[in-house]
Design a protein around this ligand. Structure first.
Ligand code: PHE
Length: 346
């Protein structure tokens, strides 16, 4: 019996040591201490054993039983700790939130403004910002558009209600174009002038896909001695090639504006069909891009510069329309509304 107990002890201590899981230990435990377990069976044989021998066997049995139980407990503890450690390493922290880093960027129209301003700064042009709420004389009269003259109808003007101000009605308006900046500069009398403005203008327009009451214009004015149409042509091509590509070129058509003489409409060769004619250029191979011309002698007279000594050129164009062509979107309102889906594309 002593040998049997020693044998069980040896065999099971080895099995316990090799057990890999709690289930293994449960199986071992049952094999020893279950109803028909090896340890459970042993006392059943005691009645057959001489009392003398039992004095030695009983304490051996009790000690072995205890040791096996303790070893199982110990190993159980070890296995638990091992699995805790494993879990610890695989830990999923469900409370952690992902920090989304997104960098913003300038609005498409602002990016374009920067690009064009840089382009003309490198030619020595400086920026001049004139007021949005403007005196009638700078928006119209000095620009050779007298009060009550039919040429006023070229602009649907939003006049300011001046009833609460010490200002005569009709004297103030939201400027209809950026052209108001050149009489303001010219009347300062400092020549030569090489200035530009990229800014907002306002007209009494019903808003639709192509029109808006608020829009941008980019305008340049050059005043000095011996300024000619050749300079105007050079600057037009310079702009078009820079914003539409090397292939672009300009074409002048006679056009009436009260403040220029001669006045021209500047067309660009359609860079989408290479002049062949497409939907964008309505089949003509060209699209209109700017109004331009040589500054009218009357503008010199109103601003007290000598038209015999000086001449000047100016052109103004709608960058919003260029952006629509360049990026192929067909609604000007995208540029005024803060639709992120649209803005994030650029
Ligand atoms: N100011 C004109 C407009 O808004 C454009 C223009 C600018 C025409 C300069 C000629 C010279 O329609």
């Amino acid at each position: 019996m002593r040998d049997k107990i020693s044998q069980i002890k040896k065999e099971y201590l080895e099995k316990i040591g090799k057990a890999k899981s709690l289930t293994d230990l449960d199986t071992i435990f049952l094999a020893l201490f279950g109803k028909t377990g090896q340890i459970t069976q042993i006392p059943k044989e005691f009645p057959k054993i001489p009392k003398e021998d039992l004095k030695i066997i009983t304490p051996l049995f009790i000690a072995t039983k205890k040791e096996l139980e303790q070893e199982i407990d110990k190993r159980r503890q070890e296995i638990r700790e091992e699995s805790y450690r494993k879990l610890e390493n695989e830990k999923l922290d469900l409370t952690q939130t992902k920090t989304i880093k997104k960098q913003g960027h300038l609005h498409l129209a602002t990016q374009f403004k920067k690009e064009i301003i840089d382009l003309f700064e490198s030619l020595g042009f400086s920026q001049f910002d004139a007021p949005h709420v403007e005196w009638d004389k700078y928006n119209f009269e000095y620009l050779n558009v007298p009060k009550d003259h039919p040429s006023r109808d070229l602009w649907d003007t939003l006049y300011i209600d001046t009833s609460n101000l010490a200002v005569e009605p009709g004297q103030m308006a939201l400027r209809t174009h950026t052209s108001n900046f050149w009489p303001r500069l010219m009347e300062k009398g400092q020549t030569p002038i090489r200035a530009m403005s990229f800014d907002r203008c306002f007209r009494y327009e019903a808003v639709d896909a192509r029109h808006s009451h608020t829009f941008n214009q980019f305008e340049i004015a050059v005043v000095g001695e011996n300024i000619t149409m050749a300079n105007l042509k050079y600057l037009s091509d310079y702009l078009l090639k820079a914003i539409l590509g090397k292939e672009a070129k300009s074409r002048f058509r006679p056009k009436y504006y009260p403040f220029v003489e001669p006045g021209v409409g500047i067309d660009s060769l359609c860079v989408f069909c290479h002049g062949k004619g497409c939907k964008i250029c309505s089949g003509t191979g060209w699209f209109e891009i700017a109004g331009a011309g040589m500054i009218h002698p009357n503008v010199f007279k109103f601003t007290k510069l000598d038209p015999k000594k000086y001449s000047g050129l100016a052109w103004g164009f709608g960058p919003d329309r260029i952006l629509m062509l360049k990026h192929k979107f067909d609604d000007i309102r995208y540029l005024l509304e803060g639709d992120l889906k649209f803005l994030q594309k650029f």
